[in-house]
Design a protein around this ligand. Structure first.
Ligand code: S3P
Length: 193
């Protein structure tokens, strides 16, 4: 990756697509939505990919798009991942040295927000299934570089917290937080850099 990047992760309704463009605007960086990249590559919408290729096909397209993105990013970017991307260990491994932000909120708020934005989500079925899927994914999300609690907060305040974290640990080209490059223990996995 020849550019700086911040990856926004979290469940459906966590605000990645709202926070992402605003954070990018404030940093003067590009905004990239991984689901849009997948749709462009497959020439189908996300629900169509699920319908035609199943979740397995979608996950394959998602990992391929993420790998391609990390290898080809040329401009500093804020990247929003779909809700399942960071839940996959393979994708977390790919991003292990990158600055990632887990946008967290209570399940009730996620459920309400995910219904309100009008996006069709094949993996949002009913309230109980939604809560179970979130619980399953939380340990993965928690491996992000930082966690930001979003409940009851506006986008300006959320972006401010992320910017403050970025000032403490500026992201270098290649996506790594600077302190990780200098060798302090900042890596989620605790691996040496
Ligand atoms: C998914 C979330 C969606 C999209 C796809 C799968 C998931 O993205 O990637 O429907 O597995 O949680 P959003 O988190 O933007 O809704």
């Amino acid at each position: 990756m020849g550019a700086r990047a911040v990856f926004l992760v979290g469940f459906m309704g966590s605000g990645k697509s709202t926070v992402g463009p605003e954070l990018a605007r404030r940093l003067g960086w590009d905004f990239v939505d991984l689901d849009c990249r997948i749709e462009a590559c497959e020439q189908k919408s996300v629900p169509e990919i699920f319908r035609d290729q199943g979740e397995t096909g979608f996950r394959l397209a998602e990992s391929t798009a993420l790998q391609h993105l990390t290898q080809s990013l040329e401009r500093d970017s804020v990247v929003a991942l779909g809700g399942g991307a960071f839940a996959q260990e393979k994708n977390r491994t790919l991003l292990r040295n990158c600055f990632s932000v887990f946008l967290n909120a209570p399940v009730e708020e996620l459920w309400k927000r995910s219904l309100a934005d009008g996006v069709e989500r094949p993996l949002r079925k009913d309230r109980d299934q939604f809560a179970r899927l979130l619980a399953e994914r939380l340990p993965g999300y928690r491996q992000a570089t930082i966690t930001v609690e979003t409940a009851g907060r506006d986008v300006v305040s959320i972006c401010g917290e992320i910017e403050a974290a970025l000032q403490l640990r500026p992201v270098t080209e290649g996506g790594r937080p600077a302190s990780a490059v200098s060798g302090s223990s900042n890596s989620r996995s605790g691996e040496s850099q």
